[in-house]
Design a binder for this molecule. Structure first.
Ligand SMILES: *Cc1c(COP(=O)(O)O)cnc(C)c1O
Length: 381
């Protein structure tokens, strides 16, 4: 049996008529950049995520770079983040001229360890970038407390966690924040990606920044069009070209209506994996969900002994898995200049050798899922 990691076509086929209709409408409108669909999508996503403002940009990577810039992070600044993430997180920090400072992760959630964050803070630190890896939120309450104490900005990399719900403890509530919020709406800026494999996905690149502060939102709107000022062809900020286009925005507006349903389907498939993997008692660790967040299972990642052999074995059986991520960023060539070494972040280094993500997508048929579990059982017996 063939089991692909995800099946983007399956979802497209379900909504094909609706998608083609809106695409046709955009194409006939003559308005292709920063038109009504982008504006409406921004409103709809701000409302869905419980944020005040949303600004569409060209990608999740740009969302990170532009929010750092909008919050005044630049040359000579340091930004504390996790080494166990997609490269874009650190890349955006470098792009604005700042220095990524890595701190280790929690072994249970794979997210940045708040206890370690303070160790990374110096007088040059300006911001913290937590990543909500695999689909569940990092410990934002602890992170926001540290940010407040040290006067730092918090930029959430929520690229993998669109729709994840964060629950503040009672003390959070008394700070005047709503008790339940969506990932990306908790910090000074929250970065979303609409890359085709994410929870809310376009048919191309796209991204968005969520923000609470109107001035920051306004700055982002100018940064995405070359830093344009009040008058056309006057420039007050060093910006770039980073816009979400009308076709993608129109498609995303269609998909936003279904996203809750698709998240539920992901969660159902994840629960079935949890249950079946427990039943066959294989030596793998299924994803642990922390008490303060829901898990959206953008990917379903287990810890597996003999990971590389397992991956090889499953591939031979027609099952496509993926390792996110085999080498933590502090050990990548690009970041050699930061002068980190093997052993600096033992948790990230250890899990990078054991993680493997199994096929998961809303439409994944149960028989395929059962086949994956069966083959994992065969591998270990
Ligand atoms: C996908 C992703 C990004 C980048 O998003 P793009 O839209 O592909 O630029 C950033 N951070 C994380 C954690 C991601 O998974």
């Amino acid at each position: 049996m063939e089991v692909s990691l995800m099946d983007l076509e399956a979802q497209y086929r379900e909504i094909e008529d609706e998608v083609l209709a809106v695409v046709k409408k955009v194409l006939r409108s003559g308005c292709y950049i920063l038109g009504p669909n982008v504006r409406l999508l921004e409103e709809e996503i701000a409302s869905y995520c419980g944020s005040k403002y949303a600004v569409g940009v060209a990608s999740g990577t740009d969302a990170l770079e532009l929010s750092l810039a909008a919050l005044g992070v630049g040359e000579g600044d340091e930004v504390v983040t996790t080494p166990f993430t997609f490269v874009a997180t650190a890349e955006a920090i470098v792009r604005v001229g700042a220095r990524p400072v890595f701190v280790d992760i929690e072994k249970d959630s794979f997210n940045i360890d708040p206890v370690r964050i303070k160790e990374g803070i110096t007088e040059r630190t300006r911001a913290i970038v937590p990543v909500h890896l695999y689909g569940q939120s990092a410990n934002m309450e602890a992170i926001l407390e540290i940010a407040e104490e040290y006067h730092l900005k918090v930029i959430e990399d929520a690229a993998q966690a669109f729709g994840a719900e964060y629950r503040f403890s009672l003390s959070g509530e008394s700070n005047g924040r709503p008790r339940v919020k969506k990932a990306g709406s908790l910090g000074d800026a929250g970065c979303l990606s609409f890359f085709p494999t994410k929870n809310l996905a376009g048919y191309g690149d796209g991204g968005m920044v969520l923000a609470w502060d109107g001035e920051i939102a306004e700055k982002l709107r100018r940064l995405r069009v070359h830093g344009t000022g009040q008058d056309r062809y006057s420039y007050t900020l060093r910006g770039k070209n980073s816009r979400l286009d009308e076709v993608q925005a129109a498609i995303l507006r269609v998909k936003l209506k279904y996203v809750e349903e698709w998240l539920k389907m992901r969660q159902q498939r994840a629960s079935l994996y949890d249950e079946l993997l427990r039943e066959v008692s294989v030596p793998v660790r299924t994803p642990l969900v922390t008490p303060y967040t829901t898990h959206t299972y953008c990917v379903y990642t287990i810890l597996a002994p003999h990971r590389n052999e397992l991956e090889e074995y499953l591939k031979k059986k027609g099952i496509n898995c993926r390792v996110y991520y085999p080498v933590p960023l502090h050990l990548q060539d690009t970041y050699k200049y930061l002068d980190y070494h093997k052993g600096d972040f033992p948790v990230a280094e250890k899990v990078s050798k054991e993680v493997i993500s199994l096929p998961v997508y809303p439409e994944l048929p149960e028989e395929k899922l059962r086949y994956v579990v069966q083959e994992i059982r065969k591998f270990y017996s």
